[in-house]
Design a protein around this ligand. Structure first.
Ligand code: AMP
Ligand code: MG
Length: 520
């Protein structure tokens, strides 16, 4: 197996001089060296062919002992020095101090086809940042991260990726619902990949410790290797850096809103500096369209990270990053201007995104109202987001009265769609079809366009759970099937039609389907 290893992070940035793997505060360093834990009986469950190719590897490599050993942490590659990164973060709105890679260990960076890939094992044992936990990951959360991150990539959403999913062969003790009922679960390791795993929290930790020297080193490093078009270090390039992070963050969140993805834990340590979706934990997919929904039971009370609040939280998190970068810029106004611009851009891009979901290429001043009415209607009775928008593309602009029937499948309680609710939908379809008549596209052209932004297949919460239940029983076929299907989320794929259905009733209140905790 030949990887083109080009380590930078652990070569250019200050390391923790202490080599002992004990839990502690690590200051004046970006990372600590640590060796992954040996596993009892590692077994590969799935490998992403696309990620293999991105790294310049082949299927033949997958069959080698080296591959299994390296990507489960049992063997350290020559000329590499694995490490865990130091970062802090705001959790649920409060500064939480040092967090860091508590159960992630970076193996190396690889360059292939002009791209940089950091490779990181999740669940390969403890690090100085593990605090009170064990540094391990369970199979259920590893399947969820593995399947979802690759699915998000194929949906066109900026995200970290995943190379492999493996069982460690070890058992891991978890209190899944934080209710005092601990049980052993199968341990697993995902090898995940990204251009970089740097988070807002990597910068925040230095700012919190008033360590301007290392803050500057890290920002300069980030610009040099990940934002090289911004030029040499200066106040201007720092501002341009912040502006680009704000833009990328917004772009990512608008994609989440488009496909109905709810991250669940948008703490600042889970915000990638590259604007990638990172740290797949208690995330979920909207089934009923509901601005107030969050899958994360830890957030049940305040619903800080609910679907409709994600764009605002993006802004709040950027404000924390601005505070962290302030010592390098020493001027609040230009930072504030960038944050204010985020708000303006958000309204505009959200509107454009919704226009694309509705098949509008032109802009009409009444679109905002039409979209507001649609969103109000979608909340009247539980309405499946994915099915609604996918079926909507079948509406004919000359046939307003057929609209409701075309999306009827999306209603969880069709018997509620009567009286005033039925009338409001009738009115909306009348407005929508007359708006469509202003467009130049034919019905068929519009259908094709809409089907490129409204996915047919997403990783519904219950689907991941079915794959997990099977895997717990040693059957991994469904992981493969979902992986395959989610590679082409916008295609019809009639062979997978059975997955184009509303959430089944059994999954409505089931743990793992609609309720997830941070325990993983
Ligand atoms: P998360 O909620 O996954 O974003 O994690 C928040 C912090 O807790 C990060 O610093 C993680 O590395 C750490 N953490 C979460 N789970 C574990 C675990 N099982 N072992 C060690 N650290 C963990
Ligand atoms: Mg995290």
């Amino acid at each position: 197996m030949k990887l083109n290893i080009k380590d930078k992070f652990n070569k250019k940035l200050p390391s923790d001089p202490i080599l002992e793997n004990s839990r502690r505060q690590v200051s004046e360093a970006c990372f600590s060296y640590v060796t992954p834990k040996q596993t009892s009986k590692a077994e590969l469950l799935h490998v992403s062919p696309e990620m293999l190719e991105n790294l310049g590897l082949t299927e033949a490599d997958v069959r080698t002992k080296d591959f299994l050993n390296i990507f489960t942490g049992n063997q350290v590659q020559e000329n590499t020095k694995p490490y865990a990164m130091c970062y802090g973060g705001h959790q649920f709105g409060n500064w939480a101090g040092q967090l860091g890679d508590g159960r992630a260990i970076n193996l190396c960076e690889v360059e292939h086809n002009g791209k940089n890939w950091a490779l990181q094992l999740k669940g390969a044992g403890e690090t100085p940042y593990s605090r009170t936990a064990d540094g391990l990951a369970v199979l259920r959360s590893s399947i969820r991260e593995y399947l979802c991150s690759e699915a998000m990539f194929h949906l066109g959403v900026p995200t970290t990726r995943a190379l492999s999913l493996a069982l460690s062969g070890d058992e891991v003790l978890r209190d899944f619902m934080y209710d005092g009922n601990s049980a052993y679960e199968k341990g697993a390791i995902v090898c995940r990949t990204a251009e970089s795993f740097l988070r807002f929290g990597n910068y925040q930790i230095f700012a919190a410790r008033q360590d301007e020297k290392n803050l500057t080193k890290l920002v300069d490093y980030t610009i040099k290797y990940h934002f090289p078009h911004l030029g040499e270090p200066s106040k201007n390039s720092y501002l341009a850096f912040f502006k680009e992070v704000a833009n990328r963050t917004l772009k990512m969140i608008i994609h989440w809103q488009r496909v109905g993805f709810v991250h669940g834990v948008m703490n600042t340590d889970n915000m990638s500096i590259l604007g990638l979706t990172i740290d797949y934990g208690p995330y979920g997919w909207l089934e009923g369209y509901d601005y107030g929904w969050t899958p994360n039971t830890t957030d049940r009370q305040h619903k800080r990270y609910r679907y409709g609040n994600q764009p605002n939280i993006g802004l709040w998190n950027l404000l924390q990053l601005a505070n962290a970068l302030y010592p390098l810029i020493e001027e609040a106004e230009p930072l504030e201007a960038i944050l204010n611009q985020y708000k303006k851009d958000f309204d505009k891009r959200q509107l454009d995104m919704m226009r694309s979901k509705l098949g509008f290429l032109m802009k009409d001043e009444k679109d905002q109202l039409l979209i507001q009415d649609l969103e109000d209607n979608l909340h009247l009775t539980e309405t499946d987001m994915t099915i609604f928008f996918r079926d909507l593309s079948n509406v004919k602009k000359e046939e307003p009265s057929k609209g409701l029937k075309i999306v009827y499948d999306a209603f969880y309680k069709p018997d509620e769609v009567v009286g005033n609710i039925e009338k409001r939908w009738g009115d909306w379809f009348a407005t929508y079809t007359s708006r469509l008549q202003k467009e130049l596209l034919s019905d068929e052209e519009r259908r094709l366009k809409m089907n490129q932004v409204n996915p047919k297949y997403v990783l519904r919460n219950y689907m991941a759970q079915l794959a997990i239940d099977d895997a717990d029983n040693g059957d991994y076929k469904l992981i493969g099937e979902l992986f395959q299907m989610l590679k082409k989320p916008y295609d019809e794929q009639p062979q997978y039609q059975k997955w184009f259905v509303k959430r089944p009733d059994w999954a409505r209140h089931k743990v793992g389907c609609s309720m997830l905790s941070c325990s993983s």
